[in-house]
Design a protein around this ligand. Structure first.
Ligand SMILES: [Zn+2]
Length: 318
């Protein structure tokens, strides 16, 4: 265990992924395995955010164990490798991205535009891989310690796949961010009348051992739910007796409107605020109040910034 002078404990660290650089698709750090049989194109993506190292651990397990699809194809991509390579033990949060958030760029308008950044360059390299995927699992983690959350979007198809996986316990039906579309919102994933389905899992705290395990479990449950791998190959990595899943419906994201946003407590996520009208923070002079009873706080930010999401508010659905 290592710990910078002040900051989080670093139990789960980046691994060396240089051996995966060449890939086999002509795109660095992208591997595709085709079964030669009919079936869906399945994509598991890691390192959308460079400091979220659990996904790299999961892809390494898939690659080192030669996990291959028995139908359709399986693509494994390490997305923002430039940010990952910049990981600094003394400032681990800094390697989230190089120039900008890779996960706010996913519309044709932005990707076809003239703007340049390290993240746009990489997104333009892998957009074809994302576009051709029928199913996507995008593996993330969180700054604050919180149980894993599966963000399944608002469409029924996302909910269905999240529950077919059987893990994690908490499934969040969320509409995304005002600041820009995520990879999981790209193209046909966002349409409700298509089968293409994307899930985003937040595995837990960025550098906790448990997040690494959660990432590995989720990758195998995803492949198992899609019938892409032999049960025997997946079995060692599946959770025995997972807790029953619960759905949280996001009522609304709170987008930060001023330079002076603050929460009144150190929330870390999944807190349930009993009464409607409870003040949970202030955005400048404006109080932020819970809109309904039993309001669940989802992924409160630890670093409020104008235009970004402060927190998503939701409710458990029976
Ligand atoms: Zn992330």
């Amino acid at each position: 265990m290592t710990k910078p002078a002040s900051g989080p404990v670093l139990d789960l660290l980046p691994i060396d992924i240089k051996g995966y650089r060449a890939g086999n698709t002509g795109i660095e750090y992208v591997h595709k395995f085709d079964s030669g049989r009919p079936g869906p194109n399945v994509l598991i993506n890691a390192l959308t955010h460079g400091n979220e190292v659990c996904g790299a651990h999961a892809l390494a397990v898939l690659l080192e164990n030669d996990i291959r699809p028995n139908r359709g194809s399986l693509t494994l991509s390490f997305a923002n490798v430039a940010a990952y390579d910049a990981f600094d033990h003394d400032n681990p949060t800094a390697s989230r991205f190089v120039d900008e958030d890779f996960n706010r760029l996913w519309s044709n308008e932005i990707l076809d535009g003239n703007r340049q950044s390290a993240e746009l360059t990489r997104a333009r390299q892998i957009r074809g891989v994302v576009a051709e995927a029928d199913y996507l699992l995008d593996i993330h983690s969180m700054h604050l310690p919180c149980p894993a959350l599966m963000l399944c979007g608002t469409a029924e198809k996302g909910r269905r796949l999240a529950f077919a996986m059987g893990v994690p316990e908490h499934v969040v039906a969320d509409p995304g961010h005002a600041a820009g579309p995520r990879m999981r919102d790209y193209g046909r994933f966002a349409q409700t009348d298509t089968e293409q389905t994307a899930l985003l899992i937040e595995c837990g705290q960025h550098w906790s051992e448990e997040s690494g395990q959660t990432a590995i479990h989720s990758a195998f449950h995803f492949l198992d739910a899609l019938g892409l791998v032999d049960k025997a190959a997946a079995a060692p990595y599946l959770v025995e007796d997972p807790a029953p899943q619960r759905l949280i419906e996001v009522v609304g994201p709170i987008t930060i409107q001023t330079e002076a946003f603050r929460f009144i407590e150190d929330y870390s996520g999944l807190e349930v605020i009993a009464e409607a009208g409870t003040v949970i923070g202030h955005d400048g002079a404006q109080p932020i109040v819970t809109p309904h009873d039993e309001c669940v706080l989802i992924m409160p930010t630890h670093r409020p910034r104008l235009g970004q999401t402060a927190v998503r508010l939701g409710r458990f659905i029976a």
